[in-house]
Design a protein around this ligand. Structure first.
Ligand code: ADP
Length: 511
């Protein structure tokens, strides 16, 4: 069977030229079709497929360039060569979409060379198109696999969490002797089991964090004023076994009188566990990890915290990469390090969520340190971390927003008072149960609770009254203490953002 040859259309008013070019075209392995004028050319082009149009610039009818333009607007893949008498029309020629030109008179060799060139160009374009189609397909496939992987990680981590919680509970019950006496050996083994369950739990939490970051969901933080030293103590407790095993001392050098920070306590403990944990991992036995304060930032609204160790340090070339997902740098002196390479990525995300920053410092004298900043509890950080984002969210979802200040009044003394620790804790707990999970409760210094809530002024007053009733009748308060509240709402009492923020400032300023 004969394979049909690819066709080339030759359009020229002069018969000799048509014949000459036809011959060259046929010799080059194509099939030549000739026409005398532009109109004919367009008709022929419509009736069968051509790969190339060779047209004379002064073609009878619309002229060569017009013809090329018209033909290519019908079929953008059509190549075109224009035969001209001079080079003057070069710009028009390019604009018409012609791929090349040839000046008359030309030799057979010159025309052949032009044909070869068009042919090479065609096969290049064909290759490129094929490759880009292939790449597109591969890209789609990779996206699909990536999505599958994310879904897999997410669902498997959720699935693993439940049985693990059950195991943890039962192991704890046994260790504590609630299901009968345990021998020392049994206790030791259960302890090992327990430790490994904790390790698995941490790993799963990391995976869940990772799949959340991957799906682009923002971290939900629950801000509260906290003493940093306590968070360091929480972290130290969690990590005590690792410290003991490697005989590493942890120095908590946080000043107990440092101003309270406005943070998500659990998440910040996670940050410290990650950083201290890395310190332990990359420090030889007998070394030291320390947590220090390094004063305030320039604007004085953030504390600088440093976690440092006496370990192997971080290689300069690793520094820019360590916050990347799955990045693991050097190995410890013991050889293999265990980890996921996600710790610092998650740590950075949590610090970012507090609008702080974190950077590594590798001391030339050995050891590494990480310096990060934490918001100090105060009006400015209440604004930037809570009020501003909530206002934005309210605007977006067309919701009202209220700030309610709850305080405690001693009737006999005639002034505002702080509650003792026990009643304070139960009051805060009761309030947390009274508001919705999207609302933010900020308890402060045993004497004020701020409630940021997506409700309008009438509702805010109702909630305030409900709080009064619940706390008074529920026996939460010592005798003679009553609950007072004030609230300020948008758009009820303030139409613009400025007015609302100003009003809130007054409520917050009373401290
Ligand atoms: P991993 O789970 O591997 O610890 P991280 O994200 O926490 O992952 O850390 C990434 C990399 O940063 C580590 O593999 C290590 O190379 C480097 N690194 C982090 N902390 C320290 C440290 N205190 N000392 C030396 N290297 C560190």
């Amino acid at each position: 069977m004969q394979i049909a040859k690819e066709k080339i259309l030759i359009a020229d008013g002069e018969e000799t030229i048509r014949e000459m070019v036809s011959r060259i075209v046929n010799q080059s392995g194509f099939e030549a079709v000739t026409v005398k004028q532009a109109k004919q050319a367009l008709e022929v082009l419509k009736s069968m497929p051509f790969i190339l149009l060779i047209a004379d610039l002064k073609l009878p009818g619309m002229g060569g360039l017009e013809l090329i333009k018209a033909a290519r607007s019908e079929n953008p893949d059509l190549h075109a060569i224009c035969m001209t008498d001079s080079l003057q029309d070069y710009i028009d020629l390019i604009a018409s979409g012609a791929s090349d030109y040839i000046t008359k008179p030309f030799t057979v060799g010159e025309m052949k060379a032009k044909l070869d060139r068009v042919n090479r160009e065609r096969s290049l374009i064909r290759d490129l198109t094929q490759k880009s189609v292939e790449l597109e397909r591969l890209n789609e496939e990779l996206k699909r696999l990536d999505q599958l992987k994310s879904t897999f990680i997410s669902s498997i981590s959720h699935e693993l969490r439940t049985p693990l919680t059950v195991i943890k509970e039962f192991v704890s019950l046994m260790i504590e002797g609630h299901v009968g006496p345990v021998t020392d050996d049994q206790k030791e083994y259960l302890g090992i089991a327990n430790k490994n369950v904790l390790r698995l739990t941490n790993l799963i939490e990391t995976l869940l964090d990772f799949s959340r970051i991957e799906s682009g969901k923002r971290l939900k933080l629950r801000f509260e004023p906290v003493r940093l030293i306590e968070v360091v103590e929480d972290a130290a407790m969690t990590i005590s076994q690792q410290l003991e095993e490697k005989r590493i001392t942890l120095e908590n050098r946080i000043d107990p009188d440092a101003p309270p920070v406005l943070i998500d306590r659990k998440r910040m403990a996670e940050v410290l566990i990650n950083l201290i944990g890395n310190g332990i991992k990359f420090t030889p036995a007998g070394g030291k990890v320390a947590v220090d304060l390094r004063g305030l930032t320039e604007k004085r609204d953030y504390l600088k915290v440093v976690v440092s160790d006496t370990g192997v340090g971080i290689a300069a070339e690793d520094l820019p990469k360590i916050f990347g997902r799955f990045y693991q740098g050097q190995k410890t002196e013991a050889g293999l390090i265990t980890g996921t390479g996600l710790g610092l990525a998650i740590t950075k995300e949590i610090i970012d969520g507090h609008q702080g920053d974190i950077r590594p410092e590798s001391g030339a004298g050995g050891g590494s340190s990480f310096v990060f900043t934490l918001p100090i509890f105060g009006i400015s950080t209440l604004y930037s971390l809570i009020l501003d984002p909530m206002f934005e969210e309210a605007e977006q979802d067309k919701l009202p927003l209220s700030l309610t200040r709850v305080e405690f009044w001693d009737q006999r003394a005639g002034r505002e008072v702080a509650l003792n620790r026990d009643s304070w804790e139960s009051v805060v707990y009761a309030l947390q149960k009274l508001v919705r999970s999207v609302d933010v409760i900020i308890p402060f210094q045993n004497r004020v609770v701020y409630i940021f809530s997506f409700i309008a002024s009438k509702m805010a007053r109702e909630i305030g009254e409900r709080i009064q009733v619940k706390l008074t009748l529920g026996g939460y308060l010592p005798k003679g203490i009553e609950v007072r509240f004030k609230s300020f709402s948008h758009p009820g009492e303030a139409l613009t953002k400025e007015d609302f923020l100003k009003g809130c400032r007054l409520l917050l300023k009373e401290d």
